[in-house]
Write a protein that binds this ligand. Structure first.
Ligand code: OMP
Length: 231
C-alpha cells in the first residue's frame, strides 16, 4: 500500500471531490480513450476554489524547494487558456506564503494567436529570454499540451526547468511500447522534472476509504489495468 497523502494533497483532493471538479462516470478524453473519471481544472473559477488550487501548487513548489533536487525558477508559465489563471494565482499565493523568496516572482503565458500590432509577440507577462521557466498546467494524459508549451518557451529563448500539474493520470502514451507513461516520456526526452499534486493512484486510494466509492473504484482499477503506465 502507498504512504498516506501529505495533508495539503489530501485537502486538495477533498475540495476537488466536494466541488465536483473530480467526477466519476464516462468521459471521452482528448486521446479518444473512455475514462471512468475526469478532472476539470476549468471549474476552479470560484474564489475559494481558485485559492484551494493555487495553495496546493504553491505547497508543491515549497515542498520541492526543500528536496535534494529543488527546481530553481524565475517565471511561472501557464499555457493558454486553462493554465493562465493557475499560474497567475499561484504566483500570488507563493508571494503571500514566502514573501522573502517570492515577492518578485513573475508569471507569463502564451497567446493562442500571435498579435501583429501594439507590442506584438506571442507572450503576455514576463519576457522569457534567458529566464528559468516552470510550467504550471492542469492535467497530463498524453503530454501533448506540455510538449507544445516547451516548444513555445524555447522559441522565446526561455529555459524550461520543470513542469507542475494538478493531476498525473499515469497513463501510457497512446501507441507507446512497454507501458511507458506520458510523463515518463517527457522526463526522459527533455530531461525535466515533472511534479504532480495528485496521481491516479492517489484517487483510487481515496475511493477505497470512501463510503459508496466501491463502484467508481472498481472501474478506475479496470481502467488502470488497461491504460495505466508501468513506470
Ligand atoms: P494531454 O495533452 O494529452 O496530456 O491532455 C491533457 C489535457 O486533456 C488537459 O489539459 C485537459 O484539457 C484534458 N483533460 C482534462 O482536463 N482532465 C482529464 O481528466 C483528462 C483530460 C484528457 O482529455 O485527457
Amino acid at each position: 500500500s502507498s504512504p498516506p497523502l501529505a495533508p495539503y494533497k489530501a485537502s486538495f483532493l477533498t475540495t476537488s471531490l466536494e466541488a465536483s471538479i473530480l467526477t466519476f462516470g464516462s468521459f471521452t478524453l482528448k486521446s479518444g480513450r473512455t475514462s471512468p473519471y475526469f478532472f476539470n481544472a476549468g471549474s476552479f473559477h470560484r474564489a475559494d476554489l481558485l485559492r484551494a488550487i493555487s495553495t496546493a501548487y504553491a505547497q508543491l513548489i515549497i515542498e520541492n524547494a526543500s528536496s535534494p533536487t529543488p527546481i530553481e525558477f524565475d517565471i511561472l508559465f501557464g499555457p493558454a487558456y486553462k493554465g493562465i489563471p493557475l499560474a497567475t494565482a499561484t504566483v500570488d499565493k507563493l508571494a503571500e506564503l514566502q514573501p522573502e523568496k517570492y515577492a518578485q516572482l513573475s508569471y507569463s503565458f502564451d497567446r493562442k494567436e500571435a498579435k501583429d500590432h501594439g507590442e506584438g509577440g506571442n507572450i503576455v507577462g514576463a519576457p522569457l529570454k534567458g529566464k528559468r521557466v516552470l510550467i504550471v498546467d492542469d492535467v497530463v494524459t498524453a503530454g501533448t499540451a506540455k510538449r507544445e508549451a516547451i516548444d513555445k518557451i524555447r522559441k522565446e529563448g526561455g529555459i524550461v526547468v520543470g513542469i507542475i500539474v494538478a493531476l498525473d493520470r499515469m497513463e501510457t502514451l497512446p501507441g507507446a511500447e512497454g507501458g511507458r507513461s506520458a510523463i515518463g516520456e517527457i522526463r526522459r526526452e527533455f530531461d525535466l522534472p515533472v511534479l504532480a499534486i495528485l496521481t491516479m493512484n492517489d484517487i483510487i486510494a481515496a475511493l477505497s476509504g470512501k463510503e459508496g466509492g466501491e463502484e467508481d473504484m472498481k472501474r478506475m482499477v479496470e481502467y488502470r489495468e488497461k491504460f495505466g503506465a508501468t513506470d
